[in-house]
Unconditional design. Structure first.
Length: 366
């Protein structure tokens, strides 16, 4: 498949007002609101690295290229793409950008909006639009790249993405430390941690989980840098408790801890209040066997994963005193727990401008 073929399919659907479901490898189709479309347009076959300039730390690839393929392409040059979203490792670059999906390394490197520098998109009226570029400093005027990132394919079909890369650290080490998550202990612990002399690549607090072999609330910390830097930071972490060395692939297990059939919510707050939100979320999911909490301590986000039949638990999570964003819900709960985020006039005007016939992922964002 080519961008021109995608354009032709979108033009045909727009002329017939025949809605389309946009998909990559299909690993995220259970996320978001139900889409009112019988046809699916998949960019999974739109694969391959188009341009790679190791000296500039930039790479351009087609949307259907998997994150694993990008890792294989960049690793020989001691570089990597700092996007590690939760879910299946075969997720595509286009879907990661379209959904704005973050992972543990967003703590140090930000999410897709911080790592994408340009893209090619087929809009709902069948126009091929290029925005941004292939160099890091390229934005002048309206930054359409950020607009399409996280729009879930409702404004256009992403066909190509340019990203910035990072250098692989000399040492990549992961440590784990048990945490007492009682409210009177957790708040002071996190407050001390936030001012400690460490600069981790990722730092996630995880509730007990059999699949991850975590029997107590545990903080996973990933350090990267030269040997002296990592050794010094590990020494600082040791002042918080007994530090256990972990294999780096523990992060892959963590990201894959979310089953396809699950209710998933992100409960967000200021980083200084993440301990309070952790306590609220823990109480909300207490009645759900197998529930998992994963908190990005430095970003103030608690990811809550519960069985798909735990409807009452989802309702409790929705009442948390923080910002609650559901990623996955049973179809019947969307209208109750997650009203449309794009019902305002400005959002509707943007949608109408880029997809005037309303054929791209209708219903996904309201």
């Amino acid at each position: 498949m080519t961008a021109n073929e995608v354009r032709d399919m979108v033009r045909e659907a727009s002329a017939a007002r025949d809605p389309l479901r946009i998909a990559g490898s299909g690993t995220w189709l259970s996320a978001g609101r139900p889409v009112r479309a019988a046809r699916t347009i998949s960019v999974a076959s739109l694969t391959g690295v188009v341009h790679y300039e190791p000296g500039d730390f930039t790479l351009t690839a087609r949307a259907g290229t998997t994150l694993a393929e990008l890792a294989s392409a960049t690793h020989p040059h001691r570089q990597f793409l700092a996007l590690d979203p939760f879910g299946d490792p075969d997720g595509t670059l286009g879907a990661t950008v379209a959904t704005g999906a973050n992972g543990p390394m967003a703590y140090a490197f930000g999410g897709p909006r911080d790592n994408v520098i340009g893209m090619e998109v087929v809009t709902g009226d069948g126009a091929i639009v290029r925005c941004g570029g292939r160099v890091v400093k390229n934005v002048a005027g309206f930054d359409l790249t950020r607009l399409f990132t996280g729009a879930w394919g409702t404004l256009g079909v992403i066909t190509e993405v340019s990203v910035r890369l990072r250098a692989l650290p000399q040492v990549d080490a992961t440590c784990a430390i048990a945490v007492d998550d009682r409210p009177e202990r957790l708040g002071p612990f996190i407050a001390r941690l936030r001012v400690a002399s460490i600069a981790p690549l990722a730092m996630e607090l995880i509730s007990p989980n059999r699949a991850l072999r975590v029997t107590d609330p545990t903080l996973f910390v990933r350090f990267g840098g030269n040997e002296a830097s990592v050794r010094a930071q590990r020494s600082v972490l040791a002042s918080f408790g007994d530090v256990q060395e972990m294999a780096t692939d523990a992060w892959d297990s963590l990201r894959g801890a979310e089953p396809p059939a699950a209710i998933v919510a992100r409960v967000s707050t200021r980083p200084s209040r993440v301990g309070e939100v952790w306590t609220q979320a823990r109480e909300a999911v207490a009645s759900a066997p197998g529930a998992v909490l994963i908190a990005s301590v430095g970003r103030g986000v608690v990811r809550c994963i519960v069985p798909e039949d735990a409807h009452d638990v989802a309702r409790k999570l929705a009442r948390c005193e923080a910002t609650v964003i559901f990623e996955r819900l049973p179809a019947e709960l969307w209208s109750e727990l997650a009203p449309s985020p794009v019902s305002d006039r400005l959002s509707r005007s943007v949608k109408d401008r880029f997809d005037p016939s309303g054929v791209l992922n209708p219903g996904l964002l309201g």
